[in-house]
Design a protein around this ligand. Structure first.
Ligand SMILES: Nc1ncnc2c1ncn2[C@@H]1O[C@H](COP(=O)(O)OP(=O)(O)OP(=O)(O)O)[C@@H](O)[C@H]1O
Ligand SMILES: [Mg+2]
Length: 260
């Protein structure tokens, strides 16, 4: 087997037996998971069960007290330049226009070296992909919430990441904008050949977006654990398969109740 072929068999992300806590209190314990190349995994769970903390640990932003995280087959101890993050708030720099916000950080030392022309092409492609070319020179204050979140998505894609970490990226948006963003996310992840780990507490979002859903749950006072997993093989667009969607939804709701 050639090195190139074997490299694609290594998952994008793998974690074993992770624990993280504040003081004596564990937020989660015994968590193991993997995200395959080009796979979209949703981490679903109720408020406060530890989703954001787990995501931060998996992304190298927080060190686990126990267990290991590997990214592209290598141990991960700090944020990796081939992994991109999108948060609930777009956190754009108000004094930079859309183009400069999308390009921000691309020439930092930890990023893979690229020449100016390549950077400019990547930035323009990412802005085009999220449908914001007419706003390329607008400033954050001139954008709607949905547009600002699309800039955050473009900023992540311009890094051509192997894995996109997203923590409730659409939860501040209205229902219609949100549905459009969910479709856009799936389309972009497929087009960019990237994997994604999306944190959400929205069951419908998880069902529409995920190839696989992991349920994180914690009983009061106990650490969060991954309690269930579903492979979602409903063909896309999933809205057209209402019966299968409803069946899966009911199953997830029952699992959430049982875990509470
Ligand atoms: N800095 C901190 N110090 C102490 N406890 C913390 C700290 N940050 C988070 N926690 C606790 O860790 C637990 C998990 O928080 P986390 O933000 O990961 O939950 P979440 O599942 O992302 O919730 P939400 O859906 O509301 O975003 C919560 O009980 C929270 O109170
Ligand atoms: Mg959170």
């Amino acid at each position: 087997m050639t090195a190139a072929v074997s490299a694609t068999l290594v998952p994008a992300l793998e974690a074993h037996d992770l624990r993280f806590g504040y003081g004596e209190r564990a937020v989660f314990d015994g968590v193991g998971l993997s995200v395959g190349r080009r796979e979209i995994v949703c981490l679903l769970g109720g408020s406060g069960c530890g989703k954001s903390t787990l995501l931060r640990t998996l992304a190298g932003l927080a060190a686990p007290q126990q267990g290991t995280v590997s990214f592209l087959g290598q141990p991960l101890r700090a944020p990796h330049p081939r992994a991109a993050l999108v948060f609930q708030q777009p956190s754009l720099l108000p004094w930079l226009d859309v183009t400069a916000n999308v390009g921000f950080g691309l020439d930092f030392a930890r990023q893979p070296a690229t020449d100016k022309a390549t950077r400019a092409r990547r930035i323009a492609e990412a802005i085009d992909a999220v449908g914001l070319t007419p706003f390329a020179h607008a400033y954050p204050a001139q954008l709607s919430g949905g547009q600002a979140q699309r800039v955050a998505l473009a900023r992540a894609l311009a890094r051509e990441p192997e894995l996109l970490f997203a923590d409730e990226p659409f939860s501040a948006l209205d229902a219609v904008t949100r549905a459009g963003m969910q479709e856009l996310l799936v389309e972009l992840v497929h087009r960019w050949h990237t994997a994604a780990l999306l944190v959400t507490h929205d069951i419908d979002e998880a069902i529409l977006v995920a190839d696989r859903i992991l349920l994180l749950a914690s009983r009061p006072g106990a650490p969060g654990r991954l309690v269930r997993e579903w492979r979602v093989d409903i063909p896309r667009p999933r809205e057209q398969h209402g019966e299968a969607v409803v069946r899966l939804r009911l199953d997830i709701v029952a699992a959430l109740r049982a875990a509470a």
